[in-house]
Design a protein around this ligand. Sequence first.
Ligand code: NDP
Ligand code: HEM
Length: 498
Amino acid sequence: MSDRPTMTTSAGAPVPDNQNSLTAGPRGGIMLQDYQLIEKLAHQNRERIPERVVHAKGWGAYGTLTITGDISRYTKAKCLQPGAVTPMLARFSTVAGEQGAADHERDVRGFALKFYTEEGNWDLVGNNTPVFFVRDPYKFPDFIHTQKRHPKTNLRSATAMWDFWSLSPESLHQVTILMSDRGLPQTPMHMNGYGSHTFSFWNDAGERFWVKFHFKTQQGHKHYTNEEGEAIIGKTREGYQEALFGTIDKGEFPRWTVQVQIMPELDADKTPYNPFDLTKVWPHSDYPPIEIGVMELNRNAENYFAEIENAAFSPSNIVPGIAYSPDKMLQARVFSYADAHRHRLGTHYENIPVNQPRCPVHHYHRDGQMNTYGGIRTGNPDAYYEPNSFNGPVENKTAQEPPLRISGDMSRFDHREGNDDYGQPRALFNLFDDGQKARLFSNIAAAMGGVPGEIVERQLAHFKQVHPDYEAGVRAALEATHGYKADTISADKPQAAE
Ligand code: NDP
Ligand code: HEM
């Protein structure tokens, strides 16, 4: 008798044979009563869950957030008080590719963080960029359609991307970052993370502050050129997983310095830009970053599917002392993620261990898929509605954020009216040295292969408004890469930039 454990069915009964199906005679057929064979095949058919509709390819690890600074006058959040150490999970990702996509593709990287605080889970679901392509969530599904496959060809479409971008000048800032060196980081450890949106802090005195979060890599920024990225993909499609998993496995723990920018509540009426516009940063000179701590990743998951694929990050997860802002994109995300999780993972997705808060949970949600916690989470089976006389959990007013002053007529306001889409991309362009500019131009030209001239010209006109050198540089790169000539374009028959 071996000292290895006995293999069982999922119902716990010993399995007598896991090599040979149950058959009538050695040649078959197979008996319908071979339950364990049917069970194995049925389970295999259900091994995949829907991949994330965006950010499907990802890499994750656990770690800690340690607070070293003192921002207690801005927020009462316990996890942000001096000396607090909070366990956390990070998942990095690309946006557009499917679950099997190659890691080293030029794309924005997701930077999703879940902090298991004693007051509940706080999720910061950011990117490696401080801004985004659109500022109204009405346009998010349209934008994502341009990043995914064309319905007829089933190919990614450069035409769709540049058509949408050239018709949406608010995308210029993010497009410039995406096409710059930072659009292809070498590994997840060699990039910054940004909460991107404006969030809010509130303190015990009921004062509100607007806040932006930054995670600055301590490993330094490292990027690949398109050519280097292509050479790596030729050898491995899993370069990020290898790098992140391997680094932590070796005991080399990547770290990020955590910073916040803080804006007093009433300043939001005074800034020349809308501080709740996700296509804008707050210039450091106006709101200097304040260092508050360090994030370290130091433990790999034991099971990728259970812990990383099943992870459900949501901007709706906040804790007392941290709150949302009027950013329209953030408000739509507060709805969208939990909805996605209920579809992708099931009704009680927060009951999956990786998503479970590390503090007591008491609520009145009832039955449904994956309710494994025995009915209701109130501590008393008679307390299954609220209010009740049976010691069920009750609300706690100290978790209520201060009132927010809002005003205005209800309407569909044109988000482009009076909005400068060119100034901040210009500030970024002016930061680039000659080498960075040359790579920006050639990356854009490479990404424009096959795009009709009409669309190219529309986009070049936007680049020109950012800086004449930007337009001239991309135009020259288009000529060098694709033999592109503007004077051959007719409105009837657009010439492809190839
Ligand atoms: P600063 O000079 O104070 O800050 C410049 C910032 O640009 C730094 O945080 C730097 O990041 C970052 N940066 C450098 N190269 C790139 C790149 N290729 N892609 C993206 N970011 C890069 O200027 P401002 O605060 O006035 O901002 C100027 C411009 O810098 C903005 O328009 C924006 O495009 C960009 N930026 C600004 C940020 C902000 O929060 N203010 C954050 C990130 C970018 P690092 O310190 O890591 O080198
Ligand atoms: C993933 C919606 C904008 C960062 C997702 C998912 C949805 C979604 C449905 C899949 C969630 C899942 O299945 O687990 C939206 C909508 C947006 C928006 C509706 C705008 C209105 C943004 C922005 C950022 C962002 C602005 C960054 C600043 C991410 C990240 C993930 C993600 C990092 C992957 C999370 C993970 O690792 O599991 N988004 N998104 N998204 N989104 Fe967004």
